[in-house]
Design a protein. Structure first.
Length: 139
């Protein structure tokens, strides 16, 4: 937004998170459904109201982000970041992902799942006050 870089910022973040998701599923650490549940009931909720930097700023306690970085960030950099996955879409990984998607989401069409997602996102936006309530009108 302030500097030219390949890809839209949100898509870059989504890609980085998806890369780790693919790695965790391909390694058998979690299933797709478990991972989706973890994201939607954990970081998804926190990030919907605060984003990653506010979340980690709050995680630093009264001293905020500087304390978080000093207390946990350096360990994250040294221990967690090097352990993050670098998966590829080889035949085995693709088969695992497709099979699990069919198991987890095979009960509905893509259109039905998208409509369910859209309803939930609109409800969340309304709860956060980011969109007008459909029951009120400016007319």
């Amino acid at each position: 937004m302030r500097k030219e870089i390949p890809g839209f910022v949100a898509n870059r973040l989504q890609s980085a998170i998806f890369r780790e998701c693919v790695y965790l599923v391909a390694q058998g650490v979690v299933t797709e459904q478990e991972l989706d549940d973890i994201v939607t009931s954990s970081i998804g909720l926190r990030w919907a109201v605060g984003g990653p930097f506010r979340t980690f700023h709050l995680g630093g306690g009264p001293a905020g982000l500087p304390h978080f970085i000093e207390h946990l960030g350096r360990a994250m950099e040294a221990n967690m970041w090097p352990a993050l996955g670098n998966p590829t879409f080889d035949d085995t990984t693709v088969a695992t992902l497709v099979n699990q998607a069919n198991e987890a989401f095979g009960g509905g069409t893509v259109e039905e799942l998208a409509a369910e997602r859209d309803r939930a996102q609109i409800a969340l936006m309304r709860a956060l006050g980011e969109t007008p309530d459909s029951t009120t009108s400016n007319a």
